[in-house]
Design a binder for this molecule. Structure first.
Ligand code: FAD
Length: 318
């Protein structure tokens, strides 16, 4: 079932979802099952699986010189999505990115997903590979998420890259896109960022999932600005329960977000990361309760491979 159908049938209830990372290359899919199992009894509406592009690493050779290699540390998004869908009978949302893909490779991945019976996608641009300052699309690839949205909409209309197909089957993907309550790091300002978001919506996106935020007022302001800009599709807030003291500096740097002073003060008082996890859970519970009261359709939890804290939150909130 599509994410939009889940939202339409929710009867005023706020649903919840989680986002999983594929395991590191060489690891077992068991790690995924261990993340999902504790949450099954709470009925997550659907599960997102992130996509990780290749990274550039430098290996020291025997002659002392450095060799530049390109590796993908977390492959498997399509396979894991299908495995989750058929093991748990839960809808999945694989992420598809522009970076590292030609348009043809994207089309082939979409065809695989269509054949696997997967009908939801989250379409994002992806970041530049670690060590590179700017995002560069592949030679024949999509440059922005909107190009990806247009490609999927074309496929939904039976328009493939190869023009001479006889009676090509249209796909029927539901399209999610990313939104940023604290603006995307590369955007000059919020108005421009929302204008680009609106372009993705006008191109055919069905719903928005936000970057993580820790201050609900930022989400409420963003939601209002989106509605005023003529964006009327569902907006799903993204929540990350804080779990490590180091995240006080890592999260703002990685995701271009602010952490509220009250939260920072609470975390700084913690003697160890066990206590930080507890603070993170309590903060996320408060955020979730307020967002549910506000009437958000779904809460999207960034798991980053751990679900015990999400379990505590949903146990408390639902
Ligand atoms: P875009 O919509 O292309 O926007 C990128 C920037 O370009 C913005 O500043 C925007 O304002 C601007 N822009 C947009 N359109 C235009 C245009 N036509 N002309 C000029 N400027 C424009 N990354 C991964 O690698 N894998 C994942 O699985 C993943 N999942 C994510 C899930 C969520 C919910 C979110 C919020 C982010 C996720 N990301 C993921 C990170 C994402 O790839 C980065 O934030 C990326 O830098 C931007 O992606 P986007 O889709 O918002 O890009």
């Amino acid at each position: 079932m599509k994410v939009t159908e889940h939202i339409a049938r929710r009867n005023g209830k706020t649903l919840f979802t989680l986002e999983l990372l594929p395991p590191l290359k060489g690891e077992n899919i068991e790690a995924i099952n261990q993340t999902i199992d504790p949450l099954i009894e709470f009925n997550p509406a659907f599960i997102d699986v992130t996509y990780h592009r290749e990274e550039i690493v430098y290996k020291q050779r025997e002659d002392g010189l450095l060799e530049r290699r390109t590796i993908r540390k977390r492959p498997g998004t399509v396979g894991i999505s299908a495995a989750i869908k058929y093991k748990y009978n839960i809808d999945v949302v694989p992420h598809i990115i522009c970076g590292g893909f030609s348009r043809e490779e994207t089309e082939n991945a979409l065809i695989d997903l269509y054949f696997l019976g997967i009908d939801n996608l989250l379409l994002i641009r992806g970041d530049n590979p670690v060590g590179e300052k700017v995002f560069k699309p592949e030679k024949e690839g999509n440059a922005h998420a909107i190009d990806l949205v247009k490609q999927v909409i074309d496929l939904n209309n039976g328009i493939y890259l190869e023009e001479e197909l006889i009676n090509p089957i249209p796909t029927d993907f539901c399209i999610g896109i990313a939104g940023y309550p604290e603006k995307h790091v590369e955007s000059p300002n919020m108005i421009t960022d929302i204008a680009h978001l609106k372009e993705k919506v006008d191109a055919g996106a069905d719903y928005i999932v936000t970057q993580m935020f820790f201050d609900n007022r930022k989400f409420f302001k963003f939601e209002k600005a989106c509605r005023e800009a003529g964006i009327h599709i569902p907006i799903i807030p993204g929540l990350k329960p804080l779990s490590l003291k180091s995240q006080l500096s890592v999260l703002p740097k990685t995701f271009a977000i602010d952490l509220p002073e009250d939260l920072v003060l609470e975390v700084e008082k913690c003697a160890d990361n066990q206590q930080v996890r507890q603070v993170g859970v309590e903060w996320a519970i408060q955020q979730s309760r307020e967002l549910i009261k506000f009437g958000v359709p779904v809460l999207h939890f960034y798991s980053m491979g751990k679900s015990d804290n999400i379990r505590k939150i949903v146990q408390e909130v639902y």
